[in-house]
Design a binder for this molecule. Sequence first.
Ligand SMILES: *Cc1c(COP(=O)(O)O)cnc(C)c1O
Length: 465
Amino acid sequence: MRYISTRGAAPPLDFEQVTLAGLAPDGGLYLPERWPSFSADAIAALAGLSYVDTAVAVMKPFVGDALDEDALRALCTQAYGRFSHAAVTPLVQLDERQWLLELFHGPTLAFKDVALQLLGLLFERFLSNRDTHLTIVGATSGDTGSAAIDAIAGRAKVDIFMLHPEGRVSDVQRRQMTTVFAPNVHNIAIDGSFDDAQALVKAMFADRDFAGRFALSAVNSINWARLMAQVVYYFYAAVRLGAPGRPVAFSVPTGNFGDVFAGYVAAKMGLPIARLIVATNVNDILYRALSSGDYSTGEVTATATPSMDIQVSSNFERLLFDLGGRDGQAMAAQMHGFEATKAMRLTDGQLGGAAGLFASARIDADDMALAMRWASEAAGQVIDPHSAVGLAAARAADLDPAVPLVTLATAHSAKFRDAVERATGNRPALPARVGDLFARAERCVSLPADFGAVTAHIAAHATPR
Ligand SMILES: *Cc1c(COP(=O)(O)O)cnc(C)c1O
């Protein structure tokens, strides 16, 4: 399998190269040259398979020759062996047609573990064949940082430096990062906002000398391998609910459009998906784009769902490229226009193409809290605010009642205890697997939001390529 850039001017890569790469050199995002196709028989044959065997079957065409099937299975077994539920991503029934797909049984209690646990192992495996050392640098508002650190801790030939805004992540999120004492893990608390931390990371990647010297790499959801790993649970859930014989709909709490793009990929591969509901909070750029073609940014409003407080959704470019007939030149022109003006219109082709599969909903704080209470009172399920945004959108959706509707539950309720307590009156307990989080020592340096100070710290602790 070869991977091409959405902006049409970067050389194609194989799976190993695309896993280690971040953004394409032409500024685009990589995606497969063509979608693999699963027949109804091939989908039916997934019935009854374990999560790991489903993962191997679904990911094999994307991995190509980069790993043989046994090696891929060994990595999946290791990655998903760290989940606390035998089904890895279990389905839970809410009522006669609503389901939750629980994606939070990994080590850091959010769905990002599903992709990052595998990505950490893929990095180590591919770097072992090479004479290079990688330095992962990232900024986090919480969930990505903890999941990436857990996945990279102790892996050979890779260091991770994670910047978070000091005092602006939840105590659970901070401790999940700062209590990891592996020598290759470096936490930096920045005196500033998430945007300040993100701007520092962007400046480091733009500094060619610095980026080259330490072989900087990223683990955010622009990485293709992360999206690939997320395609698996759409197959796993749909097959359990009757696919390929019966179509299934999904509602996805969305920020950077990574998770829901994985659903689009599953549909492209032949999985019968009746609808993908893109659920946003009041930061609603995707809702506006999909309902009226207006993709324009505004100020970010802080909500109880911080992982969705995003105004520019990186992975949306992948969808627009695919819906627009895969014309790299046209995509580059459209994105350059957006980067200059912070606004663009979807073409009729893009809007019409999206309408065939996607619906979208904008969920405010009241709707979110109502969904949390309904889940608790009517179905006995305590859910987190992000999952509640998805559930609110699912309950409002206008769909054939015969179609099962699955909301992706993206975080464990204990990760956002304060918001859950406010909405439901119950304070969720931390699950046993992270039970001593508050007894562990923390390690973290505090630095000003200053490029010189942060790069000097990284240079002093990273391994040159
Ligand atoms: C990251 C995240 C999301 C948003 O996922 P995207 O792939 O960015 O759309 C939703 N919920 C939680 C809990 C997250 O951590």
